[in-house]
Design a protein around this ligand. Structure first.
Ligand SMILES: Nc1nc2c(ncn2[C@@H]2O[C@H](COP(=O)(O)OP(=O)(O)OP(=O)(O)O)[C@@H](O)[C@H]2O)c(=O)[nH]1
Ligand SMILES: [Mg+2]
Length: 717
């Protein structure tokens, strides 16, 4: 699939999932379901891949493909973004409907949440209206059991007429049975007899007027009953997809037009106006779901979600919601900063000890001095700094943050901030895309797809960079811990001062997001905020071990690898710039000197500005480039412990103001190249990509200018 790295011979064209069957050898299995029911967890368990999961609706926004084998057969599993219905009320629903309907998967697994089966059955019923090849997976069965909710799968099977399997995807319980059921359906070894949803007599008569013609035109390639119903309902997006699928305009058939008119007249004459048909269809489906659940689900404790509601009354309360949120953020930062101290020292000692050994080896081998300069004093030393300064905080922060995500806390953040976003004329779900930005701004921008309104989606994408990503976060932590905390406080207060400065920076990012969103929605992106419903998922016990392993492998090592990969060539560029002399000074000194007046205006210097410019490919390398430039420009300092980094910065003229301004500019400047490229792809517009580049940069320049010059004016530095 185009957007994933699993090469299964499929591609994501525009927003639609298209599978190239000629290059796919195996049965195609669609994995659909409501948001946050465990589709990606089922996907991961079956394919062995590591699609991201999280306890909130809308985690997966791009479809993902993966393979598994069962009884010597290949299966290609497609994890579709979650949808509540197939009525195509939103882009995701359209994608899911088109895939299930027109891509003709060999089986569709509808994953449902055992703790709220009734609502989930709506999607099951809509799916069995389209295709017979359905397997229902009643997931989260462990949670249902804990809440004393009993599901009778046999009864469900009797009523629905398709296989029903109870699973706990996290612990793989029931997954063998699920694979077996999928195998039987996909290979046609078992025929299903799905429940046929019957509507009012009038609607049935109208369907019968159209259905035979559809059958004749499509040659039975598609479910004629379902298509008839959709055409009667004047579902324009379905008609468009259908025509694309057929390769001709079905409405070109006069007979079909005639009978559709007749059928519509019949509905009108019997009191069903066009705008009422959909309501009738929906209420019929809801009624059947209710009826089936009354039969197959029993509640041992009607108050099963009382604890969740009690916790929510505090975490989402008007008085405590925001303070608790800030306190939680601060605790995470404090744990990160305080916890990273010791391992950072340890790593620094280890890696710098190794540097001495490397130098000895170079001397013994008679390696020329300049090679030693480039490889050891330039590149290795900087990389040693990157690893010892960035690794420990990342290894602590990301698991803690993912823990909150898995618990189900993030939608509560969105709930608490909803009012602020409404006031900023932006979308409440922007809080969720911001949270995704904490991992990676490019992912945050793709995550903006959960926002339906194009205007609000753009606002969310443009402002996403105000959340520090993986690449900038360690820089912020390092500067707050080593420079701010280490510079102005002693002992236990160091961590507290650092935590405070970091929390203020992140809070500032949120405030600036709101202010810029408001400005954008009053100027170039005018409009009113749209209404939406955000579901608060139940609190779930996080999978601690998986979280630690995944956040270390997916985030920490990935970011570190990227930093190392980009820092090494950057080290080379800096070394060349520092060693090629023009007119008595190095190119590095010339360039930094040229940028210096601008840097000074913003409370920084030319080297720092150069580092931000060279850091465009990846934000991770800004701090390493600053270190490299200072070292290359001659401020030689004996490095053996973290404290020496502070000394290096101080000896290059840094004050607390420089530290603050670098932190601010790190938060408020152009997004990295990957994010810009993603914005270009998502918006399909160069104009909005340029706006996304310019807005944060201008904000950063203004903020740093004001802070630096105010501090100077009042003689604070
Ligand atoms: N207890 C329990 N938790 C589960 C189970 N399956 C999934 N989860 C958890 O439920 C949360 C949601 O899982 P995902 O796999 O991300 O759900 P999804 O359906 O892909 O969600 P979207 O992509 O947002 O539509 C995660 O925190 C999972 O760890 C299960 O069977 N039991
Ligand atoms: Mg998912």
């Amino acid at each position: 699939m185009g957007l994933t790295n699993q090469s299964t011979g499929s591609s994501l064209l525009g927003n639609n999932i298209v599978i190239d069957r000629t290059s796919c050898h195996g049965s195609i299995i669609a994995l659909s379901g409501n948001p946050n029911v465990g589709k990606s967890t089922v996907f991961n368990s079956l394919t062995g891949l590591n699609q991201h999961t999280g306890n909130w609706p809308g985690k997966t926004v791009t479809a993902c493909c993966g393979k598994y084998r069962y009884k010597n057969n290949n299966f290609i599993l497609v994890d579709i973004p979650g949808t509540y219905s197939l009525m195509a009320n939103s882009a995701e629903e359209e994608i899911a409907r088109d895939f299930v309907c027109f891509e003709n998967p060999d089986a569709t697994v509808v994953v449902t949440d055992a703790t709220c089966l009734e609502r989930n059955l709506n999607l099951v019923l809509q799916t069995i209206e389209i295709t017979k090849k359905v397997v229902v997976c009643v997931n989260l069965i462990d949670e249902a059991e804990r809440k004393k909710i009993r599901i009778d799968c046999k009864k469900l099977f009797d009523r629905l007429g398709v296989p029903v399997v109870a699973t706990n995807a996290r612990s793989r319980r029931g997954l063998d049975e699920l694979t077996d059921a999928v195998y039987n359906i996909a290979l046609g070894l078992v025929r299903t007899n799905p429940l046929e949803i019957r509507y009012d007599e009038t609607i049935e008569q109208a369907i019968e007027l159209v259905r035979p013609i559809i059958w004749e035109i499509t040659g039975g390639k598609i479910n004629d009953r379902w298509v008839s119903l959709k055409l009667l309902d004047e579902d324009a997006s379905m008609l468009e997809s259908l025509n694309k699928f057929l390769g001709f305009n079905i409405m070109d058939y006069p007979m079909l037009r005639q009978n559709l008119n007749k059928a519509r007249q019949h509905l009108e004459q019997n009191g069903i106006h066009p705008d009422q048909l959909r309501d009738r269809i929906v209420s019929r489906i809801i009624n059947i779901s209710e009826e089936i659940c009354r039969d197959a689900v029993s509640f041992g404790n009607k108050q099963y979600d009382l604890t969740d509601r009690k916790i929510d009354s505090i975490l989402t309360s008007k008085i405590f919601g925001i303070p608790v949120m800030l306190a939680l953020l601060a605790v995470i930062f404090w744990l990160t900063i305080a916890g990273a101290n010791y391992p950072s020292e340890l790593l620094a000692n280890l890696l710098f000890g190794f540097e001495d050994l490397l130098t000895d080896i170079f001397v013994a081998l008679n390696v020329p001095g300049w090679i030693h300069g480039v490889l050891i004093t330039g590149t290795y030393r900087t990389l040693a700094w990157v690893v010892s300064v960035m690794l420990p905080p990342m290894a602590i922060f990301f698991p803690l943050f993912t823990l909150l995500e898995d618990l189900g806390y993030l939608p509560r953040v969105a709930f608490n901030l909803d009012n602020f976003f409404k006031k900023a004329c932006a979308h409440g779900k922007q809080a969720l895309t911001m949270c995704m930005g904490f991992g990676c701004n490019a992912a945050g921008v793709i995550g903006c797809r959960i926002i339906d309104s194009p205007r609000e989606r753009l606002i969310a994408a443009i402002t996403n960079t105000f959340v520090p990503c993986n690449g900038r976060f360690p820089t912020l932590i390092a500067l707050s811990a080593i420079f701010i905390g280490g510079g102005i406080a002693k002992g236990a207060f160091r961590s507290l001062v650092s935590t405070f400065s970091l929390t203020v920076i992140v809070l500032l990012g949120i405030i600036i997001t709101l202010v810029v969103s408001k400005i954008l929605s009053k100027t170039i992106l005018k409009g009113l905020p749209s209404a939406f419903t955000l579901e608060l998922p139940p609190y779930r016990k996080p999978q601690v071990v998986r979280i630690i392993v995944r956040s270390i492998l997916d985030r920490t090592i990935f970011v570190l690898g990227r930093a190392i990969a980009v820092a090494a060539p950057a080290g080379l560029i800096i070394w060349v710039m520092a060693n090629v002399h023009v007119g008595g000074s190095s190119i590095l000194t010339h360039t930094a000197g040229f940028l210096d007046p601008f840097g000074k205006l913003l409370g920084m210097d030319g080297y720092i500005i150069l580092a931000f410019v060279l850091g465009l490919p990846a934000n991770e390398i800004v701090l390493p480039i600053i270190i490299m430039s200072y070292m290359a420009s001659g401020s030689l300092i004996e490095f053996s412990e973290i404290e020496h980094l502070r000394q290096l910065l101080v000896s290059n003229g840094w004050t607390w103001l420089t530290g603050i301004c670098v932190m601010l500019f790190s938060l408020l400047h152009f997004p990295c190249a990957t994010t810009l490229w993603t914005i270009r792809k998502e918006t399909q517009s160069m104009k909005w990509t340029l706006v996304s580049f310019a807005v944060p940069t201008i904000v950063g320049i203004i903020v740093c200018f004001i802070i630096a010059n105010t501090a100077r004016l009042f003689g604070l530095v």
